[in-house]
Design a protein around this ligand. Sequence first.
Ligand SMILES: [Zn+2]
Length: 387
Amino acid sequence: MKAVVCQNAELSVADRAEPTPGRGQVRLTVKRCGICGSDLHARHGIDELADVTAQAGYDRLGRSSEPIVFGHEFSGEVAEYGPGAKAAVPTGAPVVALPLIRNDGHVDGVGLSAHAPGAYAEQLVVEEALMLPVPNGLPSDVAALTEPMAVAWHAVRRGEVGKRQVAIVIGCGPVGLGVILMLKAHGVRTVVASDYSPGRRALAQRCGADVVVDPAQDSPYTAAGDRGHLEDIPSTLELAVGTTEKLGRLPFGWWHVWRAADKLGAATPKHPVIFECVGVPGVIESIVDGAPLFSRVVVVGVCVGEDRFKPAMAINKEIDLRFVIGYTPLEFRDTLHMLAEGEVDPRPMMTGEVGLEGVEGAFAALADPEKHAKILIDPARQGAGAP
Ligand SMILES: [Zn+2]
């Protein structure tokens, strides 16, 4: 079979042996595979990434000298079951799978090391237990977006965004666009999107953002108008004293009212939920500096190198900073069904499709934010195909 192999930052199409499914595993014919920003990063920086994951106890991420087949955002068709499989899904049926696989007593991420080749290939092996049939005739290109959309769904859930809260998405690459789509699918009324690139701002609009700003011109933090957010320390102090004075006029202790409001979650000042979807040094600091007080910040963008911010600024504003990664198997399953039932439509972010020969060109095209967000690989496609 053919596969795209990355070794020493070089991408090349190679002939490889068809993979054999082990116990409880399934070989899939790959229908579509998305190119993820983390693949772009891993091509040149997988050693740095591997060092960080090794510090956290996982030392099996690939190294740049190994031949790695990327690809963890895929859809496929069941081709062959390994021994001991239940084989509940018929051969030829369309499926997706979580990109994790059992390997000699380890669990590896698919498409991130030589132990677990990914879906930049005609065939790949997945765990039967992590495989899900694609319902409702969902096309294979949209089904391949289950994985990145599950990342966005997890971020939105971890953001605990109320429908009436303002959500602000900083960075409108594939991650930010996925978050915008999921926020709208979740019923959040006001989604502000911010990106320096006009092309990405246009994509954000197509994905449903209600307010789109160029941060060089306008602040994303005030773009939704006056929402009662606290912009500075004096307004917070005024609110604390003013509220206590008002409640003090009641014939019973102000603390009874405050405690009741606290129980209902109404005592925390109004604040937006901000999604950091850029992942380069300096972005967290710029958000902490610009955000209203009490903002919740969800960091989705992956900055692998070191970064810095001023804790005292985050403290003065009581910024609630959360970091997120991946999704749960339940979120992955729910995302597939949201896609299949049309509750969320990621097609506006799908900007290109290539064959295996076209992956190198697609990596180059994705470096330019103006034109592309998500490029899919169709391994059956002859020739490169224009991204
Ligand atoms: Zn990814």
